[in-house]
Write a protein that binds this ligand. Structure first.
Ligand SMILES: Cc1cc2nc3c(=O)[nH]c(=O)nc-3n(C[C@H](O)[C@H](O)[C@H](O)COP(=O)(O)OP(=O)(O)OC[C@H]3O[C@@H](n4cnc5c(N)ncnc54)[C@H](O)[C@@H]3O)c2cc1C
Length: 446
């Protein structure tokens, strides 16, 4: 049996490794368009922040390890251009220009996502860059070094944009951020997003909200980002306005698409073709709170989906329950975390959301070094169910979010969550953990 995988990062290599572990005799072929496989994209902003570190430090496992130690037929520099679901084969072109054609018994599409680059003047200039692949990371790092970048403009204010603004500030680069919408972190409760905004501005970053970028122009000293009523100048532009799923191959092969044009899969990660699976950022998933389809491109679910596909092609039936949308990022000294739904998402999904926002201490009253943690918790008036939590704080937000995330997977009510036995010791939390304080107050409002 021949298992062919398109894409060799989180989902693709997780699937390849596990399939080989479970069935060492299975022929596993991975076709990856770049020269890199199995690296930590998530680590790139932190690596870019440090000029002493090589970007290749982020490679988790080198191609020859997959080939020689694991027996995976890993073909880097192989770009797949066509999936033929009638003859069960894929076709493409290798980096040296030779065409290839590979038949499959089972196929996994693990092509990930690509940064959105608007079709506007100047977005194709060298020095105007997105950050997705390791090659992007290499390019950005080299550009900063070669051009002695002192001022950079970031288009977008999502989590990658914010991680990169911290990275560039660490390299003493002045950062200006611009985006068309007037609201900073629109998915986040206002008090909490205000805490994040203050943190970013305190670190010398200038935020320009409500400005639609019209063009990027070259100047004598670098680039000018032009909006109708604003011009920003710097030696480098980073475009970080989000990603789209790489689903074109699947669409052209006639496979069903789902949320935001991601590849539609069932809980077994099967596409609308019985011999083709899809996993990771290119595919959709079920949301554990709404039980509806969602598209949340994050690393853990890509790895987990890769494993599940490997199990399914090697005969162990695995269905995934779905995702809660748990996510966390750091910006300067703040941890920002979320799981589940915010009020708007809850309303859209048909719930009757009630929310509470509190500010609590991160450590016990008498313990030195405490700081403030902001928590927003959302519950459903009709059923009493916990629907989502957001959190911002200098400490304790990143891992605290895991408790409500588990509660969402378990379908707990807010009342049930108030009774959870959460850990306490003075250096780590008050006796009543901020999660429990928020839950107690939300319970009263429901
Ligand atoms: C800067 C940055 C920071 C991030 N931080 C976090 C974080 O903190 N936490 C988190 O959960 N997630 C984070 N992510 C997201 C996370 O990296 C992705 O969710 C994860 O990499 C998805 O894995 P994947 O295998 O689905 O796709 P990818 O990692 O995108 O891999 C897809 C692979 O498919 C290859 N490919 C695509 N098309 C073809 C083709 N036609 N032929 C052959 N090969 C093809 C690509 O070259 C690529 O190697 C971050 C991402 C970035 C860019």
């Amino acid at each position: 049996m021949r298992f062919v995988i398109i894409g060799g990062d989180a989902a693709g290599m997780s699937a390849a490794s596990r399939a080989k572990r479970r069935r060492s005799g299975m022929e596993v072929i991975v076709l990856e368009q770049t020269g890199d496989v199995s690296y930590s994209a998530c680590g790139m902003p932190y690596n870019i922040a440090d000029p002493q570190r090589e970007i290749d430090d982020l490679i988790v496992r080198h191609p020859q390890v997959f080939r020689e130690k694991q027996g995976i037929d890993l073909r880097t520099g192989h770009r797949v251009e066509v999936i033929d679901p009638v003859q069960n084969l894929v076709e493409g072109t290798a980096l040296d220009g030779t065409a290839f054609r590979v038949p499959y018994d089972q196929l996994l599409i693990a092509t990930g996502a690509s940064p959105i680059i608007p079709d506007l003047p100047g977005f194709d200039l060298p020095g105007v860059m997105g950050l997705k692949s390791l090659d992007d990371g290499r390019r950005i790092k080299k550009f900063i070094a070669d051009h002695h970048v002192k001022e950079a403009i970031i288009i977008g204010m999502g989590y990658i944009a914010l991680e990169m603004c911290e990275a560039l500030r660490a390299r003493d680069i002045k950062v200006m951020m611009v985006k068309p919408r007037p609201v900073f972190l629109p998915w986040m409760q206002e008090t909490l997003s205000g805490m994040v905004r203050e943190e970013v501005e305190t670190h010398g970053v200038s935020l320009h909200l409500g400005h639609e970028v019209e063009a990027i122009e070259e100047t004598n000293s670098g680039f000018k980002v032009r909006c109708a009523d604003l011009e920003l100048e710097g030696q480098m532009v980073l475009v970080a306005i989000g990603v789209i799923p790489n689903s074109r191959l699947a669409e052209n092969a006639g496979l069903e698409l789902g949320v935001k044009k991601s590849i539609a899969v069932d809980r077994f990660l099967r596409t609308s073709n019985q011999y083709i699976y899809a996993a990771g950022d290119c595919a959709d998933a079920y949301h554990v709170v709404t039980d509806q389809k969602t598209w949340i491109p994050l690393a853990l679910r890509a790895n987990r989906a890769g494993w599940a596909v490997a199990d399914n092609v090697t005969g162990k039936e695995v269905a995934l329950p779905g995702v809660a949308g748990t996510a966390v990022f750091k910006v300067f000294d703040l941890q920002v975390a979320r799981t589940g739904l915010n009020v708007a998402e809850a309303q859209k999904a048909g719930f009757e959301p009630v929310e509470i926002t509190i500010q609590a201490r991160t450590r016990a009253h008498s313990h030195p070094g405490a700081s403030t943690i902001g928590v927003e918790m959302v519950g459903d008036r009709k059923t009493g169910r916990l629907l989502g939590v957001q959190m911002v704080g200098k400490e304790g937000a990143a891992h605290r979010i895991d408790a409500p995330a588990v509660a969402l997977h378990a379908g707990m009510t807010v009342a049930e969550f108030t009774q959870c036995d959460l850990a306490y010791a003075p250096p780590f939390s008050p006796v009543w953990d901020p999660m429990l304080t928020a839950a107690n107050q939300l319970f009263k409002k429901l």
